[in-house]
Design a protein around this ligand. Structure first.
Ligand code: ATP
Length: 331
């Protein structure tokens, strides 16, 4: 914990922090502080150390370990437990195993690489090493199982807001949501979300919300080249993955509290609809057996997409059953 606590103190300060302040606040010896700083430097942190002034973080490595993310947590965040994998099959799979074994929720699994990343309905999520973020939030909400898909909506909003703040100077309208759960930028897919659940008839055992974000990718597998993009390609800058993860945790924590108040999306749907790509435009609704075009009106408090058909009828589309596409491409 020493390193995490010191990192947190240095991260939180915008100027030099004296060695004595660190010793006093964390009740550590000078030697313990010095050793921890040395280790941080070895891990790639550039830390300026000036006699009589103290320590200042100059640059941080693009690390997304539990140590790093824990040092960025803030009051009110609902996640404290973070588990990091250099490589794993799928962060959702690992989160499910941990939840099955009774690990206290909520917790967040983060992986540097997935060898079997998953999309919806048996599809794959391409998860190259180090350029992306692959993380899964495991949570046990006190809601009936039918409502669990609403967490996908909450997570999509949290990712979109987190990205907006961390990478696009807070500009509205850049990160849009393709209902229910993909984040698109300039109509290309930058984020996919896969929610899975274990439940009894009337209670949820756990929900795992898996989030794959293309962050510093410059190129993509041929199969997705036309429709995929990354945050760095769109923001024209190298992006800090740790800031995106921390931003997601902060935003999810905030939005989840609103969700818990009503156990539905009534307090969030207006904010969600503002981010919805193709709102009021015509979209294609692709079901297993049929497809049709309609005007997208926005979500209701259950997270269903309301669409107006050509005969004027308004119907509510359920997320598990269909995919929605723009008329001229992916979004
Ligand atoms: P839907 O609209 O039904 O959600 P989808 O095609 O977006 O459809 P998902 O299950 O969300 O489906 O995601 C899996 C799909 O996303 C894959 O079939 C592939 O087309 C695409 N994909 C896979 N890896 C990536 C990636 N790293 N970046 C962008 N897109 C990807």
């Amino acid at each position: 914990m020493t390193k995490t606590d010191i990192l947190k103190m240095l991260n939180d300060a915008d100027t030099y922090v004296s060695g004595q302040d660190i010793c006093d606040k964390l009740e550590l010896s000078r030697t313990a502080v010095w050793k921890a700083i040395k280790q941080l430097k070895e891990e790639g942190y550039e830390i300026d150390a000036i006699k009589n002034k103290g320590y200042l973080i100059k640059s941080v490595p693009d690390r997304i370990t539990d140590l790093e993310i824990k040092s960025l947590l803030a009051d009110g965040d609902i996640v404290e437990d973070i588990i990091y994998f250099e490589e794993t099959d799928s962060s959702n799979n690992q989160a499910k195993i941990m939840a099955e074994h009774g690990r206290k929720m909520p917790f967040l699994v983060i992986a540097e690489e997935q060898t079997a990343g998953k999309g919806r309905r048996g599809r794959k999520w391409i998860s190259p090493k180090k350029s992306g973020i692959y993380m899964t939030l495991a949570i046990k909400p006190d809601i009936p199982p039918q409502k669990a898909s609403m967490l996908t909506i909450v997570a999509a909003m949290a990712v979109a807001n987190g990205l907006k703040k961390a990478c696009f100077d807070g500009h509205e309208g850049i990160c849009q949501i393709k209902w229910p759960n993909d984040i698109v930028i300039n109509k290309k897919k930058a984020v996919g979300i896969l929610t899975e659940m274990s439940a009894e008839p009337d209670m949820v055992n756990y929900v795992v919300v898996g989030i794959g974000i293309n962050v510093n990718n410059n190129d993509f597998d041929e199969s997705i080249r036309e429709m995929a993009t990354s945050i760095s390609l769109e923001s024209k800058a190298q992006v800090s993955r740790r800031d995106i993860i921390a931003g997601f945790i902060h935003e999810f924590s905030r939005l989840y509290k609103t969700f818990e108040e009503s156990s539905d999306l009534s307090g969030l749907m207006d904010e969600y609809n503002k981010c919805l790509v193709n709102i009021n435009n015509r979209v294609k609704i692709l079901g297993d057996a049929s497809q049709y075009e309609a005007q997208a009106l926005g979500i209701d408090k259950y997270g269903r997409l309301l669409v107006k058909k050509d005969d004027g009828e308004v119907t509510a589309v359920l997320s598990g059953e269909v995919s929605v596409r723009g008329l001229y491409g992916y979004a």
